[in-house]
Ligand binder design. Structure first.
Ligand code: PHE
Length: 467
């Protein structure tokens, strides 16, 4: 941590010298990118793109990233840096400094809760990826047909013990890094993991180029056919922009609180958004040539990676090697996102309960791990348990489905909407101008987008998801 950067300029709370800051702008960019790039990019983006017909959906998604995601990311990072503490305390610091209702800190509380709930099942999916490294490396995928590959996947889901083992390993990996704190843990981990991720992804794209179906994949992804775009597709794209940029969850507030003063929030947020988008598109370019080369269905749904890709890996030369690399890559991506999902709660426990970082990591991680067990069981033994099934909205939803629904479709848009309203309508314009230090034209563009466009767009997603 540098002495000079902890001297604050008009900060509401002040980044206290004890907390430690990112050592450089690059470190923040790596960490924020590590959070943004995850299962959302590599697993979810390709399959929702496949389901929604390709090009036109991708175009709308890109617009959503630029016009909704980016302004909110800037707002979140700004709140974190200005408040200089955990998300909850950062917002309280700002409300105190500006004479606003302290109840706004509940926005951060929603985010901390959402992050905690997401991590509980994110870790289970991260566990699937770990399990597939072994499956791919052992050669078990080689020359198998679709039924056999499907059986491997359903066999995994049907086995609570195996799922629990890999869920535990994933959570332990996350806790290990978070417990070591920002400088020695997070920062070091992401500065190794992120570049490795890029390289591994390029390796798979390189292979995909040799399949002879690369051109087909490129036109699928980048030639918009608006007849394939539905209203629902637009809304899916908007919602995914949130998830993939780690927004609405206080995660970027938490990371922003470690960002030294004097570093441009706009430039860094733009860079992070671009890198997140590039990884998603690279994932598409890696996956779709393989899908087309093997005559597979782009709209196969959530099983695309775990059921369809192993089939392709099993058929290609050196498939065991590429398959193993691919799932290692997926673990890296999920790991750095998992770290960012645990961080807000750990910060909060440190501050509010006066726990040491180790204790708070242990408390938060173990509770999350416990909750994850419910998700594991809902894939097999509790497959018929639908706790809120009496409400039509939640009909047929297992615990796993409920957690996903509650976070992605309710808490996350709500958190993002409130962040936009808090920043755009309540915080003083002067404070925002100071913190962002933009030219007046760029500032107005950001400010008006956040005040008008963003809340309306997000409200549409939110309402849509409720009905
Ligand atoms: N952005 C991550 C992904 O795309 C998921 C995530 C969401 C991580 C929210 C942190 C916070 O997989």
């Amino acid at each position: 941590m540098s002495e000079s950067t902890s001297a604050t300029r008009g900060s509401a709370g002040g980044q206290s010298g004890k907390r430690g800051l990112w050592s450089s702008r690059l470190a923040f960019i790596l960490a924020a990118t590590g959070s943004a790039v995850g299962l959302g990019n590599i697993w979810k983006f390709p399959y929702i793109t496949g389901e929604n017909g390709g090009g036109a959906f991708v175009l709308v998604y890109l617009l959503c990233i630029a016009a909704v995601g980016l302004p909110i990311m800037m707002a979140e990072v700004m709140i974190g840096r200005r408040g200089g503490n955990s998300p909850v305390k950062s917002i309280r610091n700002i409300t105190q400094a500006e004479g606003l209702n302290p109840g706004w800190r509940l926005v951060a509380a929603i985010g901390v809760l959402a992050a905690f709930l997401i991590l509980s099942f994110y870790s289970v999916i991260g566990g699937w990826a770990i399990s597939y490294v072994g499956t791919a490396a052992s050669g078990a995928l080689t020359n198998q047909d679709a039924d056999a590959i499907g059986a491997i996947f359903s066999g995994l889901l049907a086995s609570p013990g195996t799922l629990l083992l890999w869920h535990s390993v994933f959570m332990a990996l996350v806790m290990f890094v978070v417990a070591r704190g920002v400088r020695s843990g997070l920062e070091k981990a992401v500065s190794i993991l992120m570049p490795a991720l890029f390289v591994l992804l390029l390796v798979v794209v390189g292979y995909a180029m040799t399949t002879g179906h690369f051109g087909e994949a490129v036109s699928f992804l980048f030639q918009p056919d608006f007849s394939k775009l539905t209203t629902k597709g637009v809304l899916v794209a908007l919602g995914h922009a949130f998830f993939t940029l780690s927004l609405g969850m206080a995660v970027m507030v938490a990371y922003g609180s470690y960002l030294p003063k004097g570093i441009s929030i706009a430039k860094t947020s733009i860079l992070v958004s671009i890198m997140d988008t590039v990884v998603a598109l690279l994932a598409g370019l890696a996956i779709f040539p393989i899908v087309f080369a093997n005559g597979l269905e782009p709209g196969a749904g959530p099983g695309l990676i775990f059921q369809t890709l192993p089939l392709a890996f099993g058929q290609m030369p050196m498939g065991s090697l590429f398959g193993t690399l691919f799932f290692v890559l997926l673990i890296f991506a999920a790991w750095t996102s998992g770290i960012s999902l645990l961080e807000p709660l750990v910060e909060w426990l440190e501050e509010q309960k006066g726990m040491t970082r180790r204790t708070s990591t242990l408390a938060a991680g173990l509770s999350c791990w416990l909750l994850g067990i419910a998700s594991i069981l809902s894939l097999n033994l509790w497959a018929d348990v639908t706790p809120l099934g009496m409400f039509s909205m939640f009909e047929g939803k297992t615990i796993f489905d409920l957690l996903d629904f509650l976070t992605a479709n309710i808490l996350l848009p709500l958190g993002g909407l409130l962040i936009a309203v808090f920043t755009g309508w309540f915080m003083s314009r002067q404070a925002l101008e100071n913190e962002l230090a933009l030219s007046s034209g760029s500032f107005s563009l950001w400010y008006n987008t956040l005040r008008y466009f963003t809340p309306i767009a997000v409200a549409i997603v939110f309402v849509y998801n409720l009905i």
